[in-house]
Design a protein. Structure first.
Length: 261
């Protein structure tokens, strides 16, 4: 089901459902400025385009949501028409094989974009499933493609966003230890939250241990044991799904084994 909200919905109206103390929310900017976490705002601003100009160019950004936990944003094999920037909440992308086995491909936080891997072959190659109540900006891809002919650097930004999705591939290599994979996962998530202007030390893990293990090619029990060990080493603190990084340097040292391979 597709949920559409007016384009002028502001974060204050979202907070009744999404608690900002637990779930980071991308701001909406104002009538001129873009969301501070928007993946495209920097390029558009550098080129001299504000919201009004883009509206004149028929580049329509549609706010969609709320999607409740477990709902699909898009499904495998659906025709590719749009990409989605997460405004609030968290999303996982998954593929399902012929036997019904699910493989988690990635997790996306506010300010990040999903659907780019559908540019070719022009249909979504996976499912996108919300992990909690989530909201999105929906970008018409034909409109973005048209804008790329007017805004220098936009096409490069699309390629940059695509390349970022490949950045954690080495983490999943079979020769990395479970400790290194889990540490690198936490460090990566921390750095991504911080790069979007959120806390990089206090993280809400909206995904389950099962999902984390599936993503890292580890048993969920192994993930739980590694979290417990890191807690006992004084690297992190855990309170349910809330994780606080206590010793960032020590955690990065564990993660380095995965990142340097």
């Amino acid at each position: 089901m597709r949920h559409v909200a007016p384009a002028d919905v502001m974060p204050s109206k979202i907070q009744y459902i999404v608690d900002p103390r637990r779930n980071p929310i991308a701001d909406d900017g104002d009538e001129v400025r873009f969301c501070s976490t928007c993946a495209f705002s920097g390029i558009c601003i550098e080129a001299g385009y504000d919201k009004a100009t883009l509206r004149d160019l028929h580049v329509l950004v549609e706010h969609v949501g709320a999607f409740r936990a477990g709902e699909h944003v898009f499904r495998n094999h659906e025709p590719f028409k749009a990409i989605y920037a997460v405004r609030a909440g968290m999303v996982k992308t998954v593929s399902v094989d012929r036997d019904g086995n699910e493989q988690v491909l990635g997790f996306y936080i506010p300010g990040e974009v999903i659907g780019l891997d559908a540019i070719y072959p022009e249909h979504y190659p996976c499912d996108a499933v919300t992990l909690e109540t989530s909201y999105f900006c929906q970008f018409s891809f034909p409109a973005i493609s048209s804008l790329a002919t007017r805004v220098p650097g936009l096409q490069r930004q699309l390629f940059r966003l695509l390349s970022k999705e490949l950045g954690m591939t080495a983490l999943l290599a079979g020769d990395n230890t479970a400790e290194a994979r889990v540490a690198a996962f936490i460090v990566d998530l921390s750095e991504r939250f911080e790069s979007q202007g959120f806390s990089g030390t206090s993280l809400r893990l909206s995904m389950s241990r099962i999902d984390i293990g599936n993503y890292l090619r580890l048993a969920s029990e192994t993930v739980s044991r590694q979290f417990t060990r890191m807690r006992d080493l004084g690297l992190i603190r855990l309170d349910g799904r809330q994780l606080e990084i206590v010793d960032a340097a020590g955690l990065r040292e564990l993660a380095r084994n995965a990142r340097e391979r």
